[in-house]
Design a protein around this ligand. Structure first.
Ligand SMILES: [Zn+2]
Length: 118
């Protein structure tokens, strides 16, 4: 019967499509993984280039510009970290049981009553 043939064909087509899209997804995942790995290796190459640049073993105008940019960005990160650290302030004590903040110096947690050791 023609209708069964086309249904069977349709099911086969769907199965092929699913398998193709699963394969496509895997390839996309592999590409992303390889790209991440490439970034990582490039970063290592960059760090090594920087060491050589600092020792003046590599002298190149483009590299010089890139290394200055790296230096600027690192300085900016340092500055931001300092700022962020300053904003956190001193850490408040927390209850060892419920992990809620407790008032400094109290002996029992105001939330769960556990001994705080303070
Ligand atoms: Zn507590």
């Amino acid at each position: 019967m023609a209708i069964w043939d086309s249904i069977r064909k349709g099911v086969g087509q769907v199965a092929a499509d699913v398998s193709r899209s699963a394969e496509g997804l895997k390839i996309q995942t592999d590409i992303s993984a390889a790209e991440t790995e490439l970034e990582r290796v490039y970063a290592q190459a960059g760090k090594r280039a920087r060491e050589l640049w600092r020792e003046r073993k590599v002298v190149d105008a483009d590299l010089d510009l890139l290394m200055r940019q790296v230096g600027d960005i690192e300085a900016e990160i340092d500055e931001l970290r300092r700022k962020s650290f300053g904003m956190q302030g001193p850490r408040k004590p927390v209850c060892p049981e419920c992990k809620q903040e407790v008032v400094e110096g109290v002996k029992f947690c105001g939330n769960c009553g556990a001994k705080t050791g303070g």
